[in-house]
Write a protein that binds this ligand. Structure first.
Ligand code: GAL
Length: 460
């Protein structure tokens, strides 16, 4: 069977400023929450490796962009670091940051690689966290101000913008799960953080539209499809609640400009609604996107709790349990389920229930622990498992396209092994191996395969 994709399909990969640039304390950048957290609690980070140097793109962007070209990329997504561009969060623009981003964007364009640029990838400037982070409306205003500067500085060349990457993750990890700074566990505060993030998103969309540029703006969401254990009412309810809290909480405002009434009712039932100000409703309505990025790694399988929770839930997981489906296919090197059809289910849901807005797969990928085991005699990683993973997902994506999905592209996480938050370099995701000692880059088998697929617009 031949899998052919449209000629203008986006082939590429994604990364982010905090995970790739390095130079965390150079070039005029101030600390973000990860820099700060690493300084005070390095033992929380795998191998004691923090965000200080990550994969040194700040110093090697020219040769890294040449590598992207070799990997067949026609597009690449990364982010701008707020704490690099505006070190005190709200005031002066840092000229070194402007020079760096100009050089990166110009180089990408010169190589024929379309830059897709995200404004926020979990990396709150520490000075803004000290002012309340996403719990504060002042920080929402500061973010919109920062976004407006980005549009003004780079909008002549950047035509595809994203306000946030996976905005539910800082909510879950920072305010429900103790995996991101500020390590709070409080459902009510988490709801406020999510709500303010949605307002910040809408404010940035509104600011972009006011400029009447010839580009488009979107958001990147980790849409984890939710599958109930059974069709029993209790399992269906558990699954619905997980979906409302963890998918629809950002999907509906971004695509429909308002919240699902069922989500509002659920939060109201537990007295968890955030404070709403005059004008919020109109602002959210203005936040409808032109384009959606979808990050998909694994499904969320859900069952009812054995003992139904009584009282106010402390976290979403008090309302449902995770379910391990017998016989599920696993990535044995990372502990995540592999379910290729999930990509098709997401795209079908968007086509049928959300008006088939233009979208693309903005992240998909396979983390592998101990990947040096697979280095072959020629010195490269022989990662056939990653090729199988990508191919399996592309086959389902292709089917969604045949059925009319408006999916415009596929980006892998990520082009070069990079730093992943608390896991640091434990799980490798790249098409290119990074040697941490020497910073040497070596294309893996999957990188050569991916380049062929991109150049041939598909595979057999
Ligand atoms: C995503 C996230 C990325 C990257 C990836 C792989 O959720 O957007 O920043 O860390 O997971 O772990």
């Amino acid at each position: 069977m031949q899998y052919r994709f449209p000629d203008n399909f986006w082939w590429g990969s994604a990364s982010s400023a905090p995970q790739m640039e390095g130079a965390a304390a150079r070039g005029g950048k101030s600390a973000n929450i990860f820099d700060h957290w690493f300084a005070i609690a390095p033992e929380r980070f795998h191998g004691g490796i923090g965000p200080t140097d990550t994969s040194t793109f700040y110093d090697h962007f020219e040769s890294d962009i040449a590598l992207l070209k070799q990997l067949g990329h026609n597009s690449f997504r990364t982010s701008i670091s707020w704490s690099r561009l505006i070190p005190d969060g709200t005031g002066e623009i840092n000229p070194e940051a402007v020079a760096f981003y100009n050089a990166v964007f110009d180089r990408l364009l010169a190589e024929g690689i379309t830059p897709l640029i995200n404004l926020y990838h979990f990396d709150m400037p520490m000075c803004m966290q000290e002012r309340g982070g996403w719990e504060s409306r002042e920080v929402v205003a500061a973010y919109i101000h920062y976004a407006s500067h980005c549009f003004a500085l780079f909008g002549d060349r950047i035509k595809h913008w994203f306000t946030f990457n996976e905005p539910i993750v800082p909510v879950e990890c920072g305010y429900l799960g103790h995996h991101h700074y500020p390590c709070v566990v409080d459902f009510g505060r988490a709801v406020t953080v999510a709500y303010h993030t949605a307002l910040a998103h809408a404010g940035a969309v509104q600011a972009y539209r006011a400029r009447q540029e010839d580009g488009e703006i979107g958001i990147i969401l980790n849409l984890t499809p939710t599958y109930p254990r059974s069709q029993e009412p209790a399992d269906l309810l558990a699954s619905r609640r997980a979906d409302l809290l963890l998918n629809k909480s950002f999907l509906d405002p971004a695509l429909k400009g308002c919240y699902d009434p069922e989500l509002i009712a659920l939060l109201e039932q537990y007295d968890l609604l955030p404070q709403v100000a005059e004008g919020d409703k109109a602002l959210l309505a203005a936040g409808k996107v032109d384009l959606l990025g979808i990050n998909y790694y694994q499904p969320r399988r859900v069952k009812a709790k054995d003992e139904p929770w009584s009282g106010t839930p402390r976290t979403p997981e008090d309302l449902f349990d995770y379910y391990e489906m017998p016989g599920r296919k696993m990535n044995p090197h990372r502990g995540w389920e592999i379910y290729e059809k999930g990509i098709y289910d997401i795209l079908t849901d968007l086509r049928v229930n959300y008006g088939n807005l233009p979208c693309y797969i903005s992240e998909n990928g396979m983390g592998v622990e101990g990947e040096e085991r697979f280095i072959g005699p020629q010195g490269r990683v022989e990662d056939d498992y990653r090729i199988d993973f990508i191919r399996g997902h592309l086959e389902w994506l292709h089917r969604a396209l045949e059925e009319g999905s408006a999916c415009r592209g596929y980006h892998l996480w990520t082009f070069i092994d990079n730093w992943s938050w608390l896991n640091a370099y434990k799980n490798r995701y790249g098409l290119v191996r990074l040697d941490l000692e020497t910073q040497q880059r070596t294309i893996k088998k999957s990188g050569h395969w991916f380049a062929d697929v991109a150049r041939n617009h598909g595979f057999n």
